[in-house]
Design a protein around this ligand. Structure first.
Ligand SMILES: Nc1ncnc2c1ncn2[C@@H]1O[C@H](COP(=O)(O)OP(=O)(O)O)[C@@H](O)[C@H]1O
Ligand SMILES: [Mg+2]
Length: 215
């Protein structure tokens, strides 16, 4: 419990409206080079507040993706304290790398590949983001394990969609290879690629693709 989290007044009031009252918990959920994310909860559920310099791209994509991919519901985007603040409704679930999911790494790798195939198969001809070119599909843009939420063994949400749009599927495959190796070490790339349905590649080609994910 804390009352020290400094939120712009507009954000504070949007959160209270969404929660139906004053938050009973305010937890830091995530911090990265790009921004900070808090989870605020009340009796009726929770919301996530993301603070970063630029969040309009993510807002536009969340709105367009609703009904196409499972994404969190947008409560609003606000400006304050020199940054942008995106408030979304909390989706039940934990990031896919969380041990509480209970899957061995090979199972994570295959599910992660199957989910990517499904995301890339979404109809996207009218997508206003990215470039429509032969071979391009609707890509996530930062396809790493923390950006997929799992609840009761099923995908519950895809988050962090600021780079989502039409693009080369290899962009997401590269991120997928990178995040699997980062979390579980080498050895799960082929399971992931096969579950996605990508043609077999040499070890060298897999490593070259993985290195295209520059973070
Ligand atoms: N609406 C939401 N519901 C549930 N979890 C969320 C929600 N929004 C963010 N999260 C959690 O917060 C983490 C960080 O949010 P994210 O948008 O990925 O920030 P970043 O751009 O810093 O990676 C996510 O990995 C996810 O675990
Ligand atoms: Mg993220």
């Amino acid at each position: 419990m804390s009352t020290s989290l400094l939120l712009p007044a507009e954000v504070r009031s949007a959160v209270q409206t969404a929660l139906g009252g004053v938050p009973v918990r305010e937890d830091l959920a995530w911090m990265s080079w790009a921004g900070t994310v808090w989870r605020l909860s009340g009796p009726g559920g929770g919301v996530f507040v993301k603070r970063a310099a630029h969040l309009h791209d993510e807002l536009a994509r969340l709105r367009w993706l609703a009904g196409r991919w499972p994404v969190p519901e947008v409560i609003g985007l606000y400006e304050g304290l020199g940054d942008e603040w995106l408030v979304t409704r909390a989706v039940d679930g934990v990031p896919m790398f969380d041990p509480s999911v209970g899957w061995p790494p090979a199972r994570v790798a295959s599910t992660f590949g199957e989910i990517l195939r499904m995301l890339h198969a979404a109809p996207a001809k009218d997508c206003p983001f990215g470039v429509m070119k032969p071979g391009h599909v609707l890509i996530h843009g930062d396809y790493c394990l923390p950006n997929l939420l799992v609840n009761n063994g099923e995908l519950s949400a895809v988050v962090d969609v600021g780079l989502t749009g039409l693009g080369n599927p290899e962009t997401d495959l590269a991120a997928g290879l990178w995040t699997l190796q980062y979390n579980y070490g080498k050895g799960f790339a082929r399971t992931f690629l096969a579950a996605y349905g990508w043609p077999p590649m040499s070890d060298e080609a897999i490593d070259k693709l993985r290195r295209k994910y520059a973070r």
